[in-house]
Write a protein of this length. Structure first.
Lengths: 264, 270
């Protein structure tokens, strides 16, 4: 057992600051354990969102010493014995209170993505997918929606005005997943660029660096999606080839969500 | 507090004045990247415009910075694809065709984009470090749309790497007494070509062209096989990127030292 200094951001959208606490830390504990001890012993009104404490629910996303991380998966042993641990809420989303953010931006972006569009002629049970095709998309399905990738992405973290036009790595990954799906008949390349803001991504890979599931978001989703957008919008040879061959229809934006919410 | 107040969603972020609260050396990576890129750019610029010490006649060593050599001043044996009927003025690169392509191939490369966006353009300097720019439009503006042409530079770089491979192979058949021979220069050129192929084949556009653009791998097993092999290389794209610019400089420097008579080639066999 040892005593550590924790600085925790306390406040709301109206204002706040870092409050310092001295708190007991035991061997094997994670940051979330220490936050719970603070709640139990010193500051019962500290707001912390958490659920599974096993790195699978994605609820306890915070920033620890400036790094976007899950507090339940950050062991205290990663810090130097005399290191001050600073815990702040995610910077990209509005703060409800203390370490709890309102992440509804992400749910809004999720609703804007046109859903899976299989061939209507196919009946349930008719799909036959090879394991290699399943594996390609299952990597993206590991996402626990902790939103650390969207939080760290500088496109919206440092430029809030881009939120309307940019869905963030998490939802561009979802668009990529559907675009690569062998049974999806839609062409999502145009909306990936025009509606979800693929062009804003400058592939600096911070999303991949912070992903607690180790999903290679940039290499396996964002760059392949950028290449597909280039096929559709910027490559004259591919464009010519698609004119000669059959091309799936472009997917229209989802009506009644996002910037289309005024449309009927 | 009224029920409306309690259900109202917050709109303001936590106001944290510090640019970052990171306590690690996040600035070290961008500094090293800038130094590495600057070293290569300065060295390559000086050598490309030097117009000398690029060819070792005895062992047919041609530096990659002058391949393919197309100026009238090029040594006839060094001009694999022939020479143009005009003399290049001073400060005009002899490899006028390949150098701009290779430069653009690296400039539009997905790894180098990350490297210079972070370390030079500082968008962002490091993860979770506030960038200094007031606005950001990414790669949406006309000037930046050229980044989408990376695949065309890949196609061209593929051909140029083939030419570099030919240059490397030819040199093995020019030993000191004629015929097959191996010198340190051959080994350096071989390592350089391996690194160049590693970098070219691990390219994200290459991965897309060979299989990534398919929606069904199951129906295209050969392309899936190629895609998976390229994916293995692609994991090391950054590594190949740095190693290849290092081997380019080492190969060029070694050949320049021999060509200028500063050192002799260390011969291992013939």
């Amino acid at each position: 057992m040892s005593e550590r200094v924790f600085r925790v951001w306390r406040g709301s959208g109206d204002g706040g600051g870092l409050a310092e606490y001295r708190v007991e830390v035991n061997e094997g504990e994670v940051v979330l354990d220490v936050l719970h001890r603070l709640q139990a012993t010193q500051t019962p009104d500290l707001a912390v969102r958490w659920n599974c404490k096993a790195g699978k629910c994605g609820s306890c996303s915070v920033e620890i010493n400036g790094h976007p991380r899950l507090s339940c998966m950050t062991r205290m042993s990663v810090f130097e014995p005399d290191e001050v641990v600073t815990v702040t809420p995610m910077r990209t989303f509005p703060v409800v209170r203390d370490l709890v953010c309102d992440v509804s931006y992400n749910y809004q972006k999720a609703r804007e993505i046109p859903s899976f569009a299989p061939d209507p002629a196919k009946k349930p049970g008719d799909f036959r997918m090879q394991q290699v095709d399943v594996e390609r998309m299952q990597e993206f399905r590991k996402c626990i929606e902790c939103f650390l990738c969207n939080n760290v992405c500088h496109v919206i973290r440092d430029h809030e005005e881009n939120k309307e036009h940019f869905s963030g790595p998490r939802y561009l990954m979802r668009v990529a997943e559907l675009e690569m799906h062998p049974e999806d008949t839609a062409d999502r390349r145009l909306i990936a660029q025009d509606e979800f803001g693929m062009g804003y991504c400058n592939i600096t890979k911070c999303c991949s660096e912070v992903c607690p599931e180790g999903i290679r978001i940039t290499d396996n989703a964002l760059i392949p999606l950028k290449e597909r957008v280039a096929d559709r919008k910027y490559d004259p040879l591919v464009w010519l080839g698609s004119k000669i061959g059959r091309r799936p229809k472009d997917t229209p934006p989802v009506p009644n969500v996002g910037r289309y919410s005024n449309r009927t | 507090m009224s029920p409306t107040d309690s259900t109202r969603l917050p709109t303001s972020r936590a106001r944290i004045p510090q640019r970052t609260l990171r306590t690690d050396r996040w600035w070290l990576g961008p500094i090293l990247t800038t130094l590495g890129l600057a070293t290569f750019v300065i060295y390559a610029t000086l050598r490309v415009f030097q117009q000398d010490h690029y060819w070792v006649q005895e062992h047919h060593y041609l530096t990659p910075f002058y391949s393919p050599c197309i100026a009238l001043q090029c040594d006839p044996d060094a001009a694999l694809l022939g020479r143009l009927p005009v003399e290049f003025p001073p400060l005009f690169p002899y490899a006028l065709v390949s150098l701009p392509i290779l430069l653009l191939f690296r400039l539009t490369c997905y790894y180098y984009r990350k490297a210079y966006y972070r370390s030079i353009w500082q968008a962002p300097t490091a993860c979770a470090v506030r960038e200094p720019h007031r606005t950001y439009t990414g790669e949406t503006r006309p000037l930046m749309l050229g980044q989408n042409g990376h695949r065309y530079f890949f196609y061209a770089a593929f051909v140029i790497t083939g030419i570099n491979t030919w240059d490397m192979l030819i040199a093995f058949f020019h030993g000191t007494d004629g015929g097959f021979g191996i010198g340190l220069g051959n080994v350096i050129m071989l390592v350089n070509v391996i690194m160049l192929w590693g970098y070219t084949l691990s390219c994200h556009s290459c991965r897309h062209v060979f299989g990534g653009r398919l929606n069904s791998f199951g129906r295209n097993p050969v392309r899936y096989w190629m895609w998976s092999r390229i994916s293995t290389l692609n994991h090391r794209h950054m590594l190949f990127g740095w190693f290849s610019i290092a081997t380019l400089m080492i190969t060029d420097a070694y050949i320049a030292l021999i060509a200028s008579g500063t050192i002799d080639d260390l011969r291992i066999l013939n």
